[in-house]
Design a protein around this ligand. Structure first.
Ligand SMILES: [Zn+2]
Ligand SMILES: [Zn+2]
Length: 464
């Protein structure tokens, strides 16, 4: 699978994966940069992303309306980077227009308008032609590669408590498929593998920018978390400040290493394996479990087993296949839990960039995890982050994680065939782009993955 890089006339990049079936129109109205910036919260030292242009974006829902953006990336801010699941709030929105489109009043430039009202379908303003998978830079981003200068808080009276900074980073939208209806549960195994491969390719590319401290692959699914269109898609943010929750995880791993001499991620995998009442599913490369201290009623973590898998780029081909299987399995279980597609927030926790002996790099004890936060606590009730949880960060979970795991594990999941041949083609068929997918030498097959895991396990035993 190849990656083709196109550029919209306003400078935003469009990455088309697989076959390139069209081109961008030569001229489009260019957009003035949004007046976005960061404000440092003097009470916490964290950063809040201010993106006022989001409120001036078109609200018509027409095909030329702007994709919405995740409004709460909150780099290093007081708030949890996991957005609140307030069903009444216009929070945590989807990167698509949030008004009801009028299909009769939409103009299209492309040849294959599968769904005229959907800006993510072929023929829309972002990808005017048929595609297999694609990624584009958000039209109204909260973070930009070249952000405008921030306003100077002159009203601070010279007191150094009010600070601003440029909103440097990236906001990308990942289109899993050109088909309008679907999800990670209904995409074919090959399509889910392709999504993993696209995430990995974008992650490696975004980590190549030395300014990026966090690369966050995520998906908001369902209106309960602000996603108003069902077109299968997710987003990727990259930013240059370390959020509080990431710093806390790094610190926890450091403390565990100092106290025990062992890797916290490895120990969590062992704990999940042994605490079978929290395990929902497992495979060679990932353990799928409700976390011991789950904050959300049906929260699930999909954690990499192998020490050394800190980011998506560290995954070998067999591990990518196992990740695709595990994620599809989770969403199938969510959909079977209450009998409808369960809304969720899904975040890939790659190791942030932390200072080390050779400069900033991944935390050696970090294990890649995909974490799901569905807001539902029953078929009809949503968990809302209310006063205590918002003010203190202390979550109150009215569900036993062990009970949730049992309910999710009991969902009957129809297992699909995962032909190795197709997967091998996707992951190794000449590479994703015109460069190697991995800067080092990842394992190239599942046997190599297992060998590396065994080696690592032996090493762990001899060192601990
Ligand atoms: Zn669509
Ligand atoms: Zn480890």
């Amino acid at each position: 699978m190849r990656r083709h890089t196109l550029v919209h006339s306003d400078g935003r990049r469009l990455y088309v994966y697989g076959e390139l079936r069209g081109e961008l129109p030569p001229a489009e109205p260019t957009q003035a940069p949004p007046a976005l910036h960061l404000r440092r919260d003097p009470l916490t030292g964290g950063w809040v992303a201010v993106s006022p242009a989001r409120n001036t974006r078109p609200q018509t829902g027409h095909a030329d309306a702007e994709p919405d953006a995740e409004p709460d990336p909150v780099p290093d801010a007081e708030a949890d980077p996991v957005p609140e699941a307030d069903p009444d709030a216009d929070a945590d929105a989807d990167p698509v227009p949030d008004a009801d489109p009028d299909p009769d009043d939409v103009a299209h430039a492309g040849p294959a308008p599968a769904r005229p009202a959907c800006p993510l379908c072929p023929g829309g303003p972002e990808v005017p032609f048929s595609y297999e998978a694609a990624v584009f830079e958000n039209r109204f981003p909260s973070f930009m590669a070249h952000p405008p200068a921030p306003p100077f808080p002159g009203w601070a009276g010279g007191v150094d408590v009010l600070q601003t900074a440029p909103s440097k980073g990236r906001c990308e939208v990942v289109l899993y498929t050109e088909e309008h209806d679907g999800s990670l549960a209904t995409l074919s195994p090959e399509q889910v593998c392709r999504v993993v491969a696209v995430w990995r390719d974008r992650s490696i590319d975004l980590w190549s920018d030395p300014d990026h401290v966090v690369v966050l692959v995520f998906e908001n699914r369902g209106e309960a978390v602000g996603a108003t269109l069902s077109h299968p898609h997710g987003q990727i943010y990259a930013f240059t400040h370390l959020p509080r929750m990431f710093r806390e995880r790094v610190d926890a791993g450091t403390r565990h290493r100092e106290a025990t001499g062992r890797c916290l991620g490895c120990d969590l995998v062992t704990a999940d394996d042994e605490a079978t009442e929290r395990v929902v599913a497992k495979n060679d490369s990932f353990v799928v479990a409700t976390p011991f201290a789950a904050r959300w009623p049906y929260e699930i973590h999909v954690r990499a087993r192998r020490h050394g898998v800190r980011r998506l780029g560290d995954l070998g081909t067999g591990e990518q296949l196992d990740l695709a299987q595990a994620l599809r399995d989770v969403v199938l279980r969510y959909d079977g839990l209450f009998g409808f597609p369960l809304p969720y927030m899904m975040v890939a926790h790659e190791s942030p960039g932390v200072p080390g002996p050779a400069g900033r790099g991944p935390d050696p004890d970090w294990h890649l995890s995909f974490e799901f936060f569905p807001p539902h606590r029953s078929p009809t009730k949503l968990k809302v982050r209310a006063s205590v949880e918002t003010a203190t960060g202390i979550f109150i979970n009215d569900t036993l994680p062990e009970s949730s795991a049992a309910a999710l594990a009991a969902v009957e999941v129809e297992h699909s065939r995962w032909p190795d041949r197709c997967v091998a083609d996707i992951f190794t068929g000449g590479g994703l782009a015109d460069r190697p997918c991995h800067p080092a030498s990842p394992p190239t097959d599942r046997a190599a993955d297992r060998a590396e895991r065994a080696d690592d396990h032996d090493q762990k035993r001899t060192t601990t």
